[in-house]
Design a protein around this ligand. Structure first.
Ligand code: FES
Length: 88
C-alpha cells in the first residue's frame, strides 16, 4: 500500500488520502467513530490508531478494534486529467 497524507479541510478534521496497492485512490475521515478524536496516519504495519482510547482501523479505514463501532467514513475520489477531486 502506498503512503498516506492528511489533507486539511475547512470546518472539519483533516481527510486521510492514500494510494492503494492497486493504484486506486482512497479518502476517508480522520474522525474516530468512537468519540471523535483525530486518528493517526497509518503506521508501519498499515494500522490507523485512535490515540484517545485505542480504537484501531485498517489502512483503508475498516474497523479492526473498538471501542469504536464502525469504520472511518469514506469519501469519493475521482482522477481525471491527472487531477484528483474529492467529493464530500
Ligand atoms: S475517540 Fe477514538 S477511541 Fe475513543
Amino acid at each position: 500500500m502506498g503512503g498516506a497524507v492528511k489533507v486539511a479541510v475547512s470546518g472539519m478534521l483533516p481527510i486521510i488520502g492514500r494510494r492503494s496497492a492497486d493504484a486506486t485512490y482512497l479518502a476517508f475521515s480522520s474522525r474516530c467513530q468512537h468519540e471523535g478524536c483525530e486518528v493517526d496516519l497509518p503506521n508501519a504495519r498499515g494500522v490507523i490508531l485512535g490515540p484517545c482510547h485505542g480504537s484501531q482501523y485498517g489502512g483503508e479505514g475498516s474497523l479492526l478494534r473498538g471501542p469504536a463501532l464502525s469504520a472511518l467514513p469514506r469519501y469519493t475520489v475521482e482522477l481525471q486529467n491527472s487531477q484528483l477531486t474529492l467529493r464530500l
